[in-house]
Design a protein around this ligand. Sequence first.
Ligand code: FAD
Length: 385
Amino acid sequence: MAQHDLLIVGAGPVGLSLALALKDSGLAIALADTRPRDAVAADPRALALAHGSRLTLERLGVWNDLPATPIRHIHVSQQGGFGRTRLEADDYGVPALGYVVQAGALAAALRDAVECAGITVMDQTEVTSLNSNSDSVTASLAGTGATIHGTAAGARLVACAEGGLLAGTPDIVERDYGQHALIANVGIAGKHRETAFERFTSEGPIALLPHGDEYALVHVASPQRATELLALPDAAYREHLQRRFGSRVQLARVTGRLRYPLVLRYRRDPVGPRTVWLGNAAQTLHPVAGQGFNLALRDVWALARTLLDYRGDPGLAGTLAAWRDARRLDRFGAINFTDSLVRIFSNDFVPLHHARGAALFALDMLPPLRHFIARRMMFGARAWP
Ligand SMILES: Cc1cc2nc3c(=O)[nH]c(=O)nc-3n(C[C@H](O)[C@H](O)[C@H](O)COP(=O)(O)OP(=O)(O)OC[C@H]3O[C@@H](n4cnc5c(N)ncnc54)[C@H](O)[C@@H]3O)c2cc1C
């Protein structure tokens, strides 16, 4: 049975980022992924990455060749109500508030860099169970990869970045939002001028993120409404969106609609015996504030720093607890911030509608509050003074 210092379950963007962050650590690292090598590169979602994520991806050496569209202005409003706010990159002395990249392109760049670093990735290798004892964890492997790599692997630390939480896993908080996200590419008449729109409507929030020459759309609606919207021909759907957005932006065409069910699901404790959980496997968030991958990358970077600081056996309980404790504020802050946004802005209760307008107005009028929120989205808990 092969022995590793660190076995990473899942070679999605989060698992690959961890491997890369530890490439010079001297640890013997391997990744296992159920899917074939190129599957991650097919992810069509557009990810809004915070300025802080850009800095981390630069350190990982994958930023420079990654096609990324800067967001310099963010316009937040609600349909049918007063109140709006704008966030401007210039106010924070950063080149952009964030960047939009294609999730598949990011994963492909990470994968190439992991291979360049000589780290083993076992493709088509599913980890079917983990059994830990005081010294190590044994992972059972299945799939065509197991015929090459063996049906079991040992590791001193296992990082679970497999993207989902198994139903019935203990210590999980779960809430089905009763919402689905439609994503699509939206062509526009004219230029987007690096402006992102977040618009809260009675159907749910709609985000337009500048991506290349177009916009990437994330349109949240009830599952039934999502089914109806998916059934509309492209042109009719474009008209529907245009009505929701008003005259701020002229939409020319919509292509490539896909849907994702939305839940909040997280582990109260992302640490177990010689095991950590990262990314969607630790917390799956609503995309309303674009926090999921950004938070995961901060967790990954902090874990890598902790393992480098403590050296020695990477699976020691004290080392993993130090990481968990250091990440608690940012982690629960991002989970609660995202969940609060969904609750406040997905409710069409009339007094709340007015309160939302007042909140957006207040944000516009109160620079310190606006700056706090902007910094939180860019840097996570480091936004706290
Ligand atoms: C519509 C939408 C929009 C989003 N927008 C944003 C955004 O703007 N900004 C942002 O920061 N985040 C956003 N997110 C969240 C972001 O997509 C996730 O945080 C990110 O994709 C999580 O990556 P991951 O590596 O944890 O999981 P995944 O990408 O799911 O990767 C998990 C990998 O593990 C493998 N695997 C699964 N089970 C096993 C097993 N048993 N053994 C071995 N391998 C296994 C899978 O094959 C897969 O390759 C959005 C999410 C959605 C749904």
